[in-house]
Ligand binder design. Structure first.
Ligand SMILES: Cc1ncc(COP(=O)(O)O)c(C=O)c1O
Length: 305
């Protein structure tokens, strides 16, 4: 897949090949960065960015909890996202804003290193594979637990914290699963390495609460809205691991994974072992909105042009 032409870097569009940093960059050594993952979907009026405002608010929130100033205002950042999507002539794309500590000094104290802001874009299809959206994925519960309160900040998308997600993904792939589900430190279901999780039983939809060490996913919030609008009951509550095995349906949500059904957990078939009817309806509604096939009734999409 060809790289995009430009990267936005500290206020300017830079050619892809020139968007580089020095090896002393603090973020390379200590994970000192905050980032977002955003998608833009094609429409007859050009690309439309999904949840642009919500993602940038979370970027600034991650920076605030990590005590890092973003060297641009949120309005400038919003314009920059649009600018780089237009410059790279995307119809649809994945957008990766990243703010990281620079290369002035080595040593753990991050405050001596200047924050830099960048935005990458790329063409990126279905995160867990094109068939996953319809057929579902096989996943395993990870031996790695999610970020523990007082050790990490699960509400922030902070670079260094993603070593935990990387361990989960590598273990899952080594065990021939497509993705992992982490438990929180108490042993309740938390989330995937880069997705939130929903569990359906007897027509009720369950999802782990904020206190289960989850990232408060923006797709999660959108899907809760869709589900309630469809008349389903959604409960945010602690979920024991074994509830996954006896569920009727399970699915992941995330910007990258969109809405992806889970067809087995730890080798145990979920429901009929294929995408369930409630997942299908929620997924269809989600894709109809983001692909501008039905009205954007909640104002989720932002045109770039
Ligand atoms: C750990 C983690 N959980 C959940 C999500 C899903 O969040 P969102 O729907 O905002 O992309 C992500 C992706 O950003 C993630 O990295």
């Amino acid at each position: 897949m060809a790289n995009a032409k430009f990267v936005w870097m500290d206020g300017k569009l830079v050619e892809w090949a020139n968007a580089t940093v020095h090896v002393q960059t603090h973020a390379l050594h200590y994970g000192s960065s905050v980032f977002e993952g955003i998608r833009a979907y094609a429409s007859s009026e050009g690309p439309k960015v999904l949840f642009l405002h919500e993602h940038l608010r979370r970027l600034y929130a991650s920076a605030k909890m990590y005590r890092m100033e973003i060297p641009f205002g949120i309005e400038e950042f919003t314009s920059a996202v649009k600018q780089v999507v237009i410059a790279n002539e995307h119809d649809s794309c994945y957008i990766r804003p990243l703010v990281f500590r620079g290369d002035e000094a080595l040593g753990v104290n991050p405050r001596r290193c200047t924050p830099h802001a960048t935005i990458l874009t790329m063409v990126w299809g279905a995160y867990l594979g094109p068939e996953a959206i319809e057929s579902g994925v096989d996943v395993g519960v990870s031996s790695w637990r999610r970020t523990v309160p007082g050790v990490g900040m699960s509400m922030g998308k902070i670079g260094g914290q993603y070593v935990n997600s990387q361990m989960m993904v590598m273990e899952a792939l080594d065990h021939h699963y497509s993705e992992a589900i982490a438990l929180d430190i108490q042993g309740y279901v938390s989330e995937g390495s880069g997705e939130n999780i929903f569990v359906i039983s007897d027509g009720v939809i369950y999802t782990p609460p904020m206190a289960a060490s989850i990232l408060l996913g923006i797709t999660r919030a959108g899907v809760i809205r869709i589900a309630r609008d469809l008349g389903y009951e959604v409960r945010e509550q602690a979920i024991p691991r074994e509830f996954l095995y006896i569920a009727d349906e399970v699915f992941f949500t995330g910007t990258a994974a969109e809405v992806t059904p889970v067809r087995s957990v730890d080798g145990i078939k979920i429901g009929s072992g294929s995408r369930g009817p409630m997942t299908k309806l929620i997924q269809q509604t989600f894709f109809d909105i983001v692909n501008s096939r039905i009205p954007d009734r909640w104002g989720w999409l932002t045109a770039v042009k």
